[in-house]
Design a protein around this ligand. Sequence first.
Ligand SMILES: [Zn+2]
Length: 597
Amino acid sequence: MQWRRIGWRACLWGAVMVVAMERGVMAQDAAMNATFEDIARRYIDQMPALSPINATTLGDHRYDHRLDEVSEVARQRDRAFHQKFLAELQSLDRTKLGRDQQVDLQILREQLRGDLWRLEVLQEWAWNPVVYTQMTGGAIYGLMAREFAPLEKRLLHVAARLEAMPRLYEQIRQTLDAKRVPPIHAETAVKQNRGLASILENLVKPHLSKLGEADRTRLNQAMATALAATEQHQVWLEKELQPKAAGNFRIGAKLFDEKLPFSLGSKLSRQEVRDRAEFELKRVRAEMYVIARGVLLKSGKVPATDAPEKPTAEQQQKVIEAALELAYAEIPDRDGIVDFAKKSLAMATDFVKQRDLVTIPPDPIDIILMPEFQRGVSIAYCDSPGALDVGQKTYYAVSPIPTEWSDKQVKSFLREYNFRSIHDLTIHEAMPGHFLQLAHSNRSPRKLRAVLSSGTFIEGWAVYTEQLMAEEGFLDRDPLMRLIAFKWYLRGIANSILDQAIHVDGMNRDAAMQLMVRDTFQEEREAALKWVRAQLTSTQLSTYFVGYQEHRDLRAAAEKAWGSKFTLKRYHDGTLSFGSPPTRFARALLLDESISE
Ligand SMILES: [Zn+2]
């Protein structure tokens, strides 16, 4: 369910002061607007140079031949860059800007503050080796995943980046401070470091024959150099870093609370997120029980005495599990997944049109087979182009079952990806989830909002559409469809609880597994992977639930404000028309409210 555009950076907020300003009371100052637009333009122009790898993903291809620097000099340069732009923003009188400029000023300021905080306070560059293992693979993947330039040109850029890999690895070894590295991060880096080899194997080697002899020789040489450097780095990771790794993976209350608003661009505090999540966990389980009970009693699968109106905790658990089993039993054939996903996309599109839920932009979406080396994790994902890669296609990538899988593996995978779950995933990834939202977003003329898009807004929208479609009766009001949509929502709720409970409250593996496998009905294998991911990252797992809550709050506010003039289409088109800013800014613009800090 993870939205794949690696280049976005979450948008941020900092100060809590609210400046109440009635719209139109103060005149806009055209000169002030122009000054701000100039700052924004220069930021978009200059920022990509800080990280060539991110620049490629973003769609700025001026640095495709270069590789990032990981050194104290580079960090000093970044710091000076952020400080300079912050100082420029500081000199503007926000109250004299137009509303769009006010929003964008806040988005840019919080991005800069967050970047500085990461550099100076969080200092992940010193203790998280996983950042770097993903960087080396991403450097090549970003050049090969999309046809933004002729293949030959991209392959030569691959060669240039590979030639610089030994320098990058050397810088990484000098930067990481082993005693601050948590053992789980060291272990994961050891496992992921060789990922570069598989990317070369799958995305680069098949195209070697397209190059002339001299270029082919150069690329072959570069691959050999980079792979030798990877092996050398592997030895260092195993023999030097891992034995000395002694950091704590739990980042603790102080860092978590400082990081949360920067990562999510939300004003909800850790405690507010927790209260909402625990309330929703109970509410959704109670609703699931009502649906499950109805299905089971109707089918005669359980006696009424085992499913009373007011169940015990144990009865609630058993009845929901039994109804979920009915959904798990309806699965595609081993070879039928891709066809089913196509059908599912057509059905979801028809439903959105027929119910007139939101405007469907004419943008193309291609259903493609998931590249082989990415299969086996999720059954589908939406791969959208970078914010500056205008005109590039969106892919809805669907995975067939790997041929080497045993029947037992296939069965467990398809329990998770039964028919209804595939529908739910199609809704989230494509229609009316990520694909539709990003197509609307790309029509916004505010370029800064595209470059600094809010992951919380984007993921929150996708989660919101899953519930929207179930509530509106997708699949002929099928109760098991609603049950499955709730099950996926429970996963988002559990993610947000795990995130803070693990990093702040010391939650252990047993308690985490209990929350996932029992309370929110997840498969054991999936839950085990999530336990690892929750240790490796912080605040990111809260994105889905927090974003969903904010979209719900926004809709409730619009219903109240517009009264009888509220329609879903008016509301959805309106919400999606501002790009992908943090949701509180979409709210201010949609409902004409004051723009808070
Ligand atoms: Zn998503």
